[in-house]
Design a protein around this ligand. Structure first.
Ligand SMILES: Cc1cc2nc3c(=O)[nH]c(=O)nc-3n(C[C@H](O)[C@H](O)[C@H](O)COP(=O)(O)OP(=O)(O)OC[C@H]3O[C@@H](n4cnc5c(N)ncnc54)[C@H](O)[C@@H]3O)c2cc1C
Length: 297
């Protein structure tokens, strides 16, 4: 109830205040802002993930424009010499209206990334898009070496999806999943989502995948680190991924422990609509954002 009220109230928050609220999480509106943030993170010993805000694109022209913007971003990353890669939502490339279009545009970006020696990741959105996203990833994997996927521990199906992925090198960002999904297909209790995260990580490690643990949940991460130690994996063997502006003291601690930490840095003019959409879909996030915003430093 409180969450819903918070989200409703958000619509009335003036844009400058929303911008201030979001500024901790978003590099800015322009490519130059993104490059500044990635360069600053590099100076502090963190690698980066390049993301342009946007999703749910239905027009062919806009999807194609998104692909051009990502290519421009990949070229800027290569020119700046920062260790970063592009990470793209399938519906930002038109998946919601045309799967083949999305695949073609991913191919276009992956081709340029390969020329520049960069990695590209296909992100995962809500459950109606899961099958198509996995099909796109499998198709890309046959042609490009440096592509990865995101898998969500929240979904019951994920353990089976791991089994179903074709053999061969595999790079996975493992997340809990940001979208609230129906209880028929997804875990709803925090403890179950955590347990599933561990089960997915173990299954991925068993099949030799490169697993990137994307989380700010310190107790869950400690359980994952214990599991890594039992397998003889060292701190530097597994990358942690975090969101810009979220739980920075945790990144510092992990870095001091010798764990590689990669920071997700979104930017773009669509920041307000994006923030509102995200918060409306997952109101619990609103509390986390407010709590984080009020935390000094
Ligand atoms: C690098 C990266 C990429 C991601 N990519 C995807 C993706 O492709 N698809 C997808 O479905 N999900 C993605 N996610 C989101 C992910 O699924 C979770 O929703 C998110 O990471 C929060 O879960 P958590 O594991 O941090 O644990 P939680 O228990 O949710 O959070 C742990 C603590 O971190 C803080 N926190 C977490 N998130 C935020 C936030 N946004 N703002 C402020 N404080 C916060 C809270 O204080 C909370 O107490 C990504 C996350 C990261 C870090």
């Amino acid at each position: 109830m409180l969450n819903r009220l918070l989200v409703k109230g958000l619509g009335f928050v003036p844009t400058p205040v929303m911008r201030q609220l979001s500024s901790r999480y978003i590099a800015g509106e322009e490519l130059a802002d993104e490059m500044r943030a990635l360069t600053e993170l590099k100076g502090r010993g963190f690698t980066g993930i390049f993301d342009i805000l946007g999703e749910g694109i239905r027009s062919r022209e806009e999807a194609s424009q998104t692909a051009d913007d990502y290519i421009r971003g990949a070229e800027a990353i290569a020119a700046a010499g920062v260790d970063a890669y592009v990470s793209i939502k399938p519906t930002h490339l038109g998946l919601a209206s045309d799967e083949n279009l999305a695949l073609d545009l991913y191919r276009r970006i992956a081709t340029r990334c390969a020329e520049l020696g960069l990695f590209m990741r296909v992100e995962m959105e809500d459950h109606p898009t899961t099958d198509a996203t996995l099909r796109i990833f499998e198709a890309l994997r046959t042609d490009f070496e440096r592509v990865g996927i995101v898998l969500q521990s929240r979904l019951f199906r994920t353990l089976d999806d791991i089994d179903a992925l074709a053999p061969g090198p595999l790079d996975v960002r493992l997340v809990k999943g940001i979208y609230i999904e129906p209880p028929e297909i997804a875990h709803t209790r925090a403890g179950d989502i955590r347990d599933a995260f561990l089960a997915c990580a173990k299954k991925l490690w068993d099949r030799g995948a490169n697993v990137r643990l994307a989380t700010h949940d310190a107790p869950m991460a400690d359980r994952l680190f214990e599991s890594m130690s039992r397998r003889g994996m060292r701190s530097q063997d597994c990358e942690l991924q975090v969101l810009l502006g979220v739980q920075e003291p945790l990144w510092q601690r992990w870095k001091l422990e010798g764990r590689p930490v990669r920071v997700y840095v979104p930017y773009g003019p669509d920041w307000k609509a994006y923030s509102l959409r995200r918060l409306t879909r997952n109101p619990q996030l609103m509390r986390a954002v407010i709590k984080n915003f009020l935390t000094p430093g």
